[in-house]
Design a protein around this ligand. Structure first.
Ligand code: KG4
Ligand code: ZN
Length: 332
C-alpha cells in the first residue's frame, strides 16, 4: 500500500493506493471555514490545524481499509512549495513513519503534483505545456517527461488565485474568492467594465496580476453605482484572457500543441470555456473539478510514478517554502 500525504497549505489530504497505482481511499479535510473570516489563510492557524488533523485522518484511512501501518510499503509526501509550517507537519510525519517502518519515502513537489494530476485520469502524450494556476502560484512549464519539467514563465507578483481572493476581499466576499466571483460572474456582462490586460503584449511568457487588482480598487473608489455581477464577470474575463492568450502564444512559439491546465483556478468554468474557444489548433486538458484544488490523490499518483522509477528521497528530506525552479529554456 502507498500512503500519500498533502499538507502544503490549508488542506489536509490523505490517500491510499495499491502498488499497481490504483486509488483505494482518499480523504480531504478543509480548513476553509477557519480562515474565511480573515479573508485569506492565516499560516499559524493552518499549521496548528494540520498538526491536529493529520494523524487522526491517517488512522481513519487505515482503519477504513482494514489495514495497519505495517501494511504500508511506500510513503509520498508534499515537500514544497507552500506554507512552511504546514509542510513541516506532513514532512516530519512522513519521515517518522518511513523511518519507523523502514520503507521508502518519496518527495513530491506541489506544482508538479498539480501538473501531473491530469495524467491520473487520462493519458496526455509528452511534451506538453503545463500551466499551473493556483492560490500560491501561476507558472508555465514545458513538460518533456516526469523528470523533465522546465519553467518558462511565471507571475511577477500575485498568483491568479491570489488575485481572485484579493478582488473578492475588496468586494466584501468571503475566502476563497475564486468560486464566489465565478458564481456572481455567471449573471454579469464580461464587457461592461474595461480592465487592463497586464503583460499581454509583452514578449515573454510571464504574468502579472497585481495591476488588475489595483484597477478594481480604483474603479470601486471612482464609481458610485457598481454592478457586482458585471464587475466579477469583467474581472474573470480579463484574467482568463491573459492566461489563455499568453499560454497559447507560448504553445505556438515553442510548437508544443498540447496544453495541460491545473491548480485551483483551473476549476474556473469560464477559463475552461475561453481556452477551448481560442485554442482552435491546440488540445487543452484539465483535471476533473475535484482534482483541481489541493488533494492527496495527485500526490499519491506522482508518488507511485516516482517510486516505480526508483526516485526515492532519503530521511534528510526538508520542507521548502519557495519554488526552487529557475527559468530554463526560452526560445522565441
Ligand atoms: O491549488 P489550490 O487549491 O491551492 C494552492 O496550491 O494555492 O488553489 C486555491 C486557489 C484559491 O485562490 C481559490 O480562490 C482558487 O484556487 N479557486 C478558483 C476557483 N476555485 C478555486 N479560482 C477561480 N475560479 C474557481 N472556480
Ligand atoms: Zn495547490
Amino acid at each position: 500500500m502507498l500512503l500519500a500525504i498533502e499538507t502544503s497549505c490549508d488542506e489536509t489530504g490523505v490517500a491510499l493506493f495499491d502498488l499497481e497505482g490504483k486509488l483505494l481511499r482518499d480523504y480531504l479535510y478543509s480548513q476553509v471555514a477557519l480562515h474565511s473570516p480573515f479573508g485569506g489563510i492565516v499560516p499559524e492557524i493552518a499549521s496548528r490545524k494540520q498538526l491536529e488533523v493529520l494523524h487522526p485522518l491517517v488512522k481513519k484511512a487505515l482503519k477504513d481499509l482494514g489495514i495497519t501501518p505495517w501494511d504500508l510499503r511506500v510513503i509520498a509526501v508534499t515537500a514544497g512549495p507552500g506554507l512552511l509550517g504546514s509542510l513541516l507537519v506532513g514532512v516530519t510525519y512522513a519521515k517518522t513513519l518511513a523511518f519507523a517502518l523502514n520503507i521508502p519515502l518519496i518527495s513530491i513537489d506541489h506544482l508538479q503534483a498539480h501538473i501531473f494530476s491530469v495524467l491520473f485520469e487520462r493519458a496526455v502524450p509528452f511534451p506538453f505545456l503545463g500551466l499551473v494556476v493556483s492560490g500560491g502560484h501561476t507558472a508555465l512549464f514545458l513538460v518533456g517527461d516526469f523528470d523533465s519539467v522546465e519553467l518558462i514563465g511565471h507571475t511577477r507578483d500575485d498568483a491568479a488565485g491570489e488575485a481572485f481572493d484579493k478582488v473578492a476581499k475588496l468586494l466584501g466576499l468571503p475566502y476563497p474568492g475564486g468560486p464566489q466571483i465565478s458564481k456572481l460572474a455567471e449573471r454579469g456582462d464580461p464587457h461592461r467594465y474595461e480592465l487592463p490586460r497586464p503583460m499581454l503584449e509583452e514578449d515573454n511568457f510571464d504574468f502579472s496580476f497585481s495591476g488588475l487588482k489595483t484597477a478594481i480598487f480604483q474603479l470601486l473608489k471612482r464609481e458610485k453605482e457598481i454592478s457586482i455581477e458585471d464587475l466579477c464577470a469583467s474581472f474573470q474575463h480579463a484574467i482568463s484572457e491573459v492566461l489563455v492568450e499568453k499560454t497559447l502564444r507560448a504553445s505556438r512559439s515553442l510548437k508544443v500543441s498540447r496544453i495541460v491546465v491545473s491548480g485551483g483556478v483551473s476549476a474556473n468554468l469560464y477559463l475552461r470555456k475561453l481556452f477551448c474557444e481560442r485554442a482552435y489548433k491546440e488540445e487543452v486538458f484539465f483535471p476533473s473539478l475535484s482534482l483541481c484544488t489541493d488533494n492527496a490523490i495527485m500526490v499519491g499518483y506522482l508518488g507511485w510514478i516516482k517510486w516505480k522509477r526508483g526516485e526515492i528521497a532519503d530521511l534528510s528530506l526538508e520542507a521548502y517554502a519557495r519554488a526552487p525552479y529557475k527559468k530554463g529554456l526560452f526560445r522565441k
